[in-house]
Structures are given as structure tokens and as C-alpha cells.
Design a binder for this molecule. Sequence first.
Ligand SMILES: C[S@@+](CC[C@H](N)C(=O)[O-])C[C@H]1O[C@@H](n2cnc3c(N)ncnc32)[C@H](O)[C@@H]1O
Length: 300
Amino acid sequence: MAFPSLLDQLGPEISDPEEETFLLYSQDIPSQNLGFVDPQATTLDLSVAGKDYVIHQSPTILNRPGSTTGAVVWKITPLIADWLAASDNPLWASGILSSCSDVLELGCGISGLVGLVLAPLVAKYTLTDQSYVARLVEKNINENSPLRNPKQTKTTSTSQKRKGKPSAVYPKAELRFVPLDWELDEVTPSLTGSDKVKSFDLVIACDCIYNDTLIQPLVQTCADVCRLRASDENGADKTAVCLVAQQLRDPEIFESWIKEFSRYFRTWRIPDNALTEGLRSNPGFVVHLGILRDEAETRN
Ligand SMILES: C[S@@+](CC[C@H](N)C(=O)[O-])C[C@H]1O[C@@H](n2cnc3c(N)ncnc32)[C@H](O)[C@@H]1O
């Protein structure tokens, strides 16, 4: 099991959610203007882990009544994508991420950026969110696939001919969007889109904690996805891990989230020395990792 070698890098488990809140909010937290990258732009040019992406987003959908925060990209997301792609990330070093991993992201928003960056490195990446993001996330997947990038296509096909190696281009099926509403939908093994694979190695939620009413359904969904592992006979020897990255805003919302999350998950904060400079240098960004508790251990 990969987990013990990961634990060595994480430091102490969080035993008191209120203390974690106090520690995080005792720092000077810079104002991030809510945390959009640019809420007016319809396209963003982003460079992540050495590759360029052109992301379409929608200020119009963002300004619609209702909860449409995923219509634009949030600042922490390119930094998390960059950190997850780094080979010295503890998730790679411990084997939780590998070329065989199945990853599911909750609340991915319109960009699908973390998936675009990670999908070529893992077996399968499933992006999920409410269905209003579908049109733009699919456009962003299609237009940012290396197949559609003339420069990369040329490089790939030349080296492919020369070395006879398989193309670095990932088939579209390996990065897909599936609608999943935390408040309405049930988590089932069919989310993997495969008869053979029935659970995920890693669940990611990036900047999804900002609204009190969403905390319980989000945490429940994280737990339900990780729980798929227990009934997957092929994954029994591997722990499913939940990674939650967020921008610190309202301390009461954070405390409600960490209390709820800790009921279901043993929880660690990723220490500064395991983060990339971009994440480390911003005390307003924080990444937690959770391992599902046994049902009997779930706190009341
Ligand atoms: C602040 S945005 C972050 C989007 C993206 N992860 C990013 O960082 O750019 C929060 C995301 O949570 C999603 N979300 C909110 N409520 C949800 C629900 N009930 N079910 C699924 N996703 C939801 C939103 O649609 C949105 O994409």
C-alpha cells in the first residue's frame, strides 16, 4: 500500500479542526478579489507545467442568477495543476498517482484544466460538475488536446515515426466530462465509464468550498466516491485518497468544511515543503488530503 510512504511526508494528522482553522487564519491572508483569474475575459492563455492552454470561459454565464461560479477559472486551479504534474509531488512519489491511476475531479468548472494537465500522465481522468459547464468544458477538452495543437502534433508524429513509439496524444475517452451534481446525483461505479474499473484512486476538489449549504453534499460526495474502493475487488489493496485545494476566504465556512470533512476522513494538510513555490508563497491557498475513515470510526 502506497499510503505509509505518503504519511512520512505529510507530518501530523489534524486532530482538532478548530485548531487547524485557528492556525490557518492566524496568518496574514492576502485579498484575492474573490479569486478569479480574470472574470471579464472570454479566453485565457495559461501556461501550466511547461505547456500552453487556451481556455474558453464565460463571464455571461458567471453573471447569470444562480450558482454558476464554474463559468470562469479560479486562481488556485492552474497552481494545483502545476503542482500535481510535478514529478516530485508526494502523490507520485508514494505511487498514489501513477500511469495506472484513475482520477475523478468534482466541481471542475468550464476549464477542465487539471484534467488537461494530468490526463496524459494517468490512465483515466473523469471531470465532473453540474451540467451547465458541459458545453464549454468539452470545447476546452477538444481544443486543448495535443492532437489539435499543430506544434505538438508535428513533434509527436515525427518522433513517433523515428522511434516507432506510440503517440503521446491521449485518446479522448481518457479525459471525459460526466455531469455529477453533489445535491442531486448518486455516486455509482458507472462514473468510471468502464466495466473493468469500478473505483478511483484519487478524488480532487479544487476551490469548491465557498458556500455553507454545499459543504455537506460535497463532503458526502467525496466520501461516496472514495467508498467505491471498498466494493472494488480489483482495488482492495489500494487506498483511495481525496485531495481538497482551496482559497481561504470566510473562516466560518472553512471551519464548517473541515469539521464535516474530518467526520468522514482522516485529514492532513500538505506541508509547505511538499508544495510548489506558487502554492507555498501564497498563504491564502491550502491543500488538504483525506483518507476515508472506517464506517465505525466516522465521527458523529
Ligand atoms: C469556485 S468554482 C471552481 C471551479 C473550478 N474547480 C476552478 O477552480 O476553476 C466551484 C465549482 O463547484 C461547482 N458546484 C457548485 N455546486 C455544485 C453541485 N451541487 N454539484 C456539483 N458541482 C457544484 C460549480 O459549478 C463550480 O464549477
